[in-house]
Design a protein around this ligand. Structure first.
Ligand code: 4AD
Ligand code: MG
Length: 422
């Protein structure tokens, strides 16, 4: 019976065949211990001369890491084995012999590993991260689908900026035109929400970020919900629910991956609502109290984000940033027009911003003013202005960067490990 390592509990005492790769090998002279991985997991197999014969036994002593193998044998329960089972090998077939695999179990530098990312993803740690990433993405899709949102894909080639012109990637578009890689699907989401009410997009987004920090990628994945008639408070609640749902799901379904990553799950278990809510004003006061020099009106850079995100034992919601530091589409707070109806959600343990969003300008004249004062090409935004010409309503939404979420939940130093190919 050909099966997968994660199915092995169903075959106790039976003969099975596993198809995979040699992960690790040690030998006691009379017995070889070969750790096999097959994509679904890892298992230690035990091979004796008596059971496989001299020739195979000799050969197995020279097989090196990442050799592709098919092994057959009997499943034996063993309480000492990591997965609870071992395989007594009766036969091994070498599908492709590997020599000089570039990534050995010893330590390698990060640049070396990144140059070998296509092989590095085979490691137990990288597999664990990719599985958690998968779980997070699956949870997000289910979360929105169950709540009646419609997934509407937004374009990658776009004619204009959404999040400021300084981080735009431009692409030659045929002979005489320029297109830009999308920074966010939001503007199209707004059009889609006016059609379908509750929508989301989920795809790659691009920022020409020159700053090399542990939080920034040039290509990252973002999920963005947008809701017609929703206010800032509505989407803050939705963002909190989303974060709580993701963390709870990963904690229940991905325990073994978190263990591989040596993730201390105690802080994640505290991720329950209500999260602390701070206005931008309150956050700046808190930063001062914490001894950080911070002027009202600035954006929270890396040290400020880290400090705010470390101060609380759970994620924190920060709202009403100054208009001057937020994007052109943010709706001003009618009580204090110098502030925007914006929100950031900072992940705990110093991780910082994982979600940004807010309520959008729904007034035609104000939006036109803001497009002009931000020196955006009005022509490229005429369709966006149409949304305020025809049946404009209050609406709000947010975006969550997947890699920032993965980095936080996995406890990674850097977002580059949170995406398959940074
Ligand atoms: O705060 P941002 O720039 O907001 C928007 O793009 C809005 N248009 C979203 C919306 O309201 N629909 O980006 C949203 C999130 C950030 O909170 C962060 O998690 C992630 O996207 N992000 C990045 N992740 C990795 N590398 C980068 N360079 C990122 N820039 C933003
Ligand atoms: Mg932001």
């Amino acid at each position: 019976m050909t099966t997968y390592i994660n199915q092995i509990a169903n075959y106790k005492g039976q003969e099975i065949t596993l198809r995979g790769w040699l992960h690790n090998r040690r030998s006691s002279g009379k017995i070889h211990f070969l750790t096999i991985r097959d994509g679904s997991g890892f298992i230690q197999t035990v091979m004796s001369k008596a059971s496989v014969g001299d020739e195979l036994f000799q050969r197995a002593d020279h097989l090196s890491q990442e050799t592709a193998v098919i092994v057959s044998g009997r499943v034996r329960a063993d309480v000492r084995a990591p997965g609870g089972y071992e395989l007594d090998v009766a036969h091994i077939e070498v599908v492709d012999e590997t020599n000089d695999y570039p990534i050995s179990p010893k330590e390698h530098g990060i640049d070396y590993l990144l140059d070998h990312r296509h092989l590095w993803i085979r490691s137990e740690r990288q597999q664990a991260i990719l599985r958690v990433r998968h779980e997070i993405i699956d949870t997000i899709r289910t979360f929105f689908n169950e709540r009646g949102f419609v997934l509407v894909d937004t374009p990658i080639f776009t004619p204009a900026a959404c999040e400021g012109t300084t981080t735009l990637f431009s692409v030659p578009y045929f002979e005489d035109r320029t297109a830009y890689l999308t920074q966010s699907g939001q503007l199209y989401n707004e059009a889609n929400a006016m059609s379908l009410g509750k929508v989301y997009c989920f795809g790659p987004t691009f920022r020409a970020e020159k700053s090399k920090t542990r939080r920034h990628l040039t290509e990252f994945w973002m999920v963005e919900p947008e809701i017609a008639y929703a206010t800032l408070d509505d989407i803050v609640k939705l963002a909190e629910e989303l974060v709580v749902t993701i963390v709870a799901r990963v904690l229940t379904t991905r325990k073994s991956e978190l263990a591989v990553l040596k993730r201390d799950t105690t802080p994640l278990e505290k991720v329950k609502t209500p999260f602390p809510h701070l206005s931008y004003d309150e956050a700046t006061e808190l930063l001062k109290k914490l001894g950080l020099s911070f002027e009202w009106g600035g954006d929270f850079g890396s040290p400020a984000q880290t400090a705010l995100a470390k101060h609380f034992d759970r994620p924190v919601v920060i709202h009403r940033f100054p208009m001057s530091i937020k994007a052109f589409y943010m709706k001003p707070d009618s009580a204090r027009p110098e502030l925007s109806l914006s929100v950031d959600l900072f992940a705990s343990e110093g991780y910082g911003e994982i979600i940004g969003g807010g309520q959008r300008v729904d007034d035609y004249n104000l939006l036109l003013d803001r497009i002009k004062s931000n020196k955006l090409p009005q022509e490229a935004f005429e369709w966006y202005l149409d949304l305020r010409r025809y049946g404009s309503v209050p609406h709000s939404g947010f975006g969550m960067g997947i890699e920032r979420g993965v980095a936080w939940i996995c406890g990674l130093e850097h977002v580059r490990e949170a995406i398959p190919y940074p």
